[in-house]
Design a protein around this ligand. Structure first.
Ligand SMILES: Cc1cc2nc3c(=O)[nH]c(=O)nc-3n(C[C@H](O)[C@H](O)[C@H](O)COP(=O)(O)O)c2cc1C
Length: 153
């Protein structure tokens, strides 16, 4: 059984909706080979990461950077993952009021150290809330889950 881990910080109702849509998208492919775990990043420890076949990471952009919860997620888990998760397929979505680039850049710096493998271009959900964000997150979850199921990563 493969595991898809979906984590985000969840400071608002909208960010909860986004995480839920990613999960629903992953479930939508109906694979019996994938266990999907979605969670507030604050609850995730390195054991869950080590067991994962792929990870989808969500964050808001706050003050030009990833959220404190996602920085904490890396701070708590980086050392235990280093050299044990090389090549872990990952995808990133960022909810930003008007930018998102600082978050993308800085998450990529951390992930360069971890040697994870980007499997989708980062999805930046920018501006005032738009219902199309839900579809974009659903599609992200579905695409990643289909890739895991087909062993293409
Ligand atoms: C303290 C704070 C700092 C923020 N800084 C940024 C920022 O630097 N760049 C940006 O694009 N959005 C910024 N935002 C907007 C958040 O990304 C946005 O509130 C978040 O994505 C939640 O959106 P939602 O209202 O759809 O839940 C900031 C929000 C807060 C509360």
């Amino acid at each position: 059984m493969k595991k898809l881990l979906i984590v985000s910080n969840l400071p608002s109702n909208n960010t909860k909706i986004l995480l839920d849509q990613v999960k629903k998208g992953a479930e939508s492919i109906g694979s019996e080979n994938i266990k999907i775990i979605s969670s507030d990043a604050i609850n995730i420890t390195y054991n869950s990461i080590l067991e994962s076949s792929a990870i989808i990471l969500g964050t808001t952009e706050n003050l030009g950077y990833m959220s404190g919860i996602i920085k904490d997620f890396f701070d708590r888990n980086y050392n235990q993952c280093l050299n044990k998760t090389n090549g872990l397929p990952y995808a990133l979505y960022i909810r930003a009021g008007h930018d998102g680039t600082g978050t993308e850049l800085n998450i990529k710096k951390i992930i360069t150290g971890l040697k994870w493998k980007e499997i989708q271009k980062p999805l930046i959900l920018k501006g005032v809330w738009n219902n199309k964000f839900k579809d974009q997150c659903f599609n992200l979850g579905a695409t990643v889950a289909a890739g895991i199921d087909a062993n293409i990563y």
